[in-house]
Ligand binder design. Structure first.
Ligand code: TRP
Length: 445
């Protein structure tokens, strides 16, 4: 175990912004939009809010309570409260961090590449071809490595000087830019059609298993839950933090950015009548449609496009930091390595693991599906059972700093019954499709 005293966040704002930075990322600005448009508009948004409140926030509170209580990285935190039988779950968290960051960083590399391209030559050319060049091959790999390098540099600098400082500088910028582009987009011709497409309500659509699973998976991914990221961030907290309030702030900000991102994306797409291209929710839909939109808007498009892709990149960076931190904190605790060495070594391994995703968007899509439908949902399921049934005194842990709160019994009941049942059903029913998607990769047809 590390001998130096454990680092702590220097302020409440620092922690909350870092956690929001973890939550707000590609999930908000890339995935939420197309899932909503595809799955029934406003009806999906309502379902998403319901799943966030009923399943997401209780799990977030659980992660925060474990992390703060144990003041250790995920593996040792679970052992601390549950004994050695729980070590494999901690190991699963670390493995999930590895896997998710390996493809997440490839997508983040695309955003970086588009931003650089916007600066140097604008958005000309045929968007689908351009996406093909950007998304796969040596170029994709190179930008993925650059992005990993930035992530490593921040994590290596420490909790306060690296992670917290990055969040304090980058997150306010991100909020301003997202709102700014949404306002700009609201003035475009076609904005109303964009809003209508985004939020046209179809309650019929949400009554299917797929949509329920998408909403739940998205809630976990977007809130960075199910693999110990929030747990690890909470391990640098002191006991005077009001965890329920801070969870609400993190969840609220995460939802707000996702929602506003939709208000920014769809008017842009509809300004040029490109709605057909969003229908097929391939991994790249937004990366093909939006550059086409920007290309059609001349100089304004070049500027807005540049700022847009930079914002995506910044959002991805503060999220990638939290993914890497899970792995790095585990390495520090397990091998007693210095932080910088852990960050560089783990970062390099993850960059290598990203190779298949950098060469095939199909592989990337399948790993994304496995991460969401299997790893995060499974991880959160195990975590809820852990806090609901195994951890000795979760109520005591969660209520430190929040003494006035009367409803923690409800939280515990949710974790004991509702969360495991809902997640269990989703996990089991979704299994055949996930397995089939993996098998599909190896099929030679
Ligand atoms: N929440 C981030 C997003 O929406 C991604 C992310 C960061 C994440 N850390 C995580 C997802 C941990 C799952 C688990 O883009």
């Amino acid at each position: 175990m590390a001998t130096a005293p454990r680092e702590q966040w220097s302020s409440r704002t620092g922690f909350v912004l870092a956690a929001i930075g973890s939550a707000v990322g590609l999930g908000n600005m890339w995935r939420f939009s197309y899932l909503t448009a595809e799955n029934g508009g406003a009806a999906f948004v309502l379902l998403y809010i319901a799943m966030t409140a009923l399943i997401g926030l209780p799990v977030m509170l659980a992660e925060l309570a474990i992390g703060r209580g144990a003041r250790r990285s995920p593996v040792q935190a679970l052992v601390h409260f549950g004994g050695h039988a729980w070590k494999p779950l901690g190991a699963l968290f670390v493995a999930s961090g590895f896997l998710i960051l390996s493809y997440y960083s490839v997508i983040a590399g695309w955003t970086l590449r588009y931003a650089v391209g916007a600066l140097l030559q604008g958005f000309g050319g045929v968007a689908t071809e351009r996406f093909g060049e950007v998304a796969t091959g040596w170029d994709a790999f190179a930008y993925h490595v650059v992005f990993m390098g930035m992530t490593v540099a921040i994590v290596a600098s420490g909790v306060r000087r690296g992670i917290e400082r990055a969040a304090l500088i980058l997150m306010p910028m991100l909020f301003v830019v997202v709102v700014g582009i949404a306002l700009y987009a609201s003035g475009l011709e076609g904005a109303t059609d964009g809003y209508r497409y985004y939020l046209q309500t179809d309650f019929g659509r949400i009554l299917s298993f797929d949509v329920l699973r998408d909403a739940t998976g998205q809630a976990f991914f977007s809130l960075s839950l199910g693999m110990g990221a929030m747990l690890t961030f909470a391990s640098y907290l002191s006991r005077d933090h009001h965890l329920p309030n801070e969870s609400l702030m993190i969840g609220g900000a995460d939802f707000a950015v996702a929602f506003v991102a939709g208000l920014m994306v769809f008017p842009l797409i509809f300004a040029l009548g490109l709605s057909d291209a969003v229908g097929e929710s391939t991994v790249g839909a937004l990366f093909i449609t939006l550059p086409t939109a920007f290309a059609g808007m001349g100089t304004a498009g070049q500027v807005v496009g540049l700022v847009f892709f930079l914002a995506l990149m910044v959002g991805a960076l503060t999220s990638a930091i939290s993914l890497l931190e899970v792995v790095v904190a585990a390495a520090i605790d397990a091998f007693d390595w210095p932080r910088a060495r852990s960050a560089v070594l783990m970062g390099a391994l993850i960059a290598l693991l990203g190779v298949p995703s950098a060469w095939s968007t199909d592989v990337l899509g399948v790993i994304d599906g496995v991460a969401n439908n299997l790893l995060l949902i499974g991880g959160a399921l195990a975590l809820s059972v852990f806090v609901g049934w195994v951890m000795p005194d979760p109520m005591g842990e969660v209520s430190a700093g929040a003494e006035g709160v009367r409803w923690f019994f409800l939280w515990r009941a949710l974790l004991r019954f509702v969360v495991p049942i809902v997640l269990g059903v989703i996990l089991v029913l979704g299994l055949p499709e996930t397995v089939a998607s993996i098998a599909g990769l190896f099929a030679t047809d």
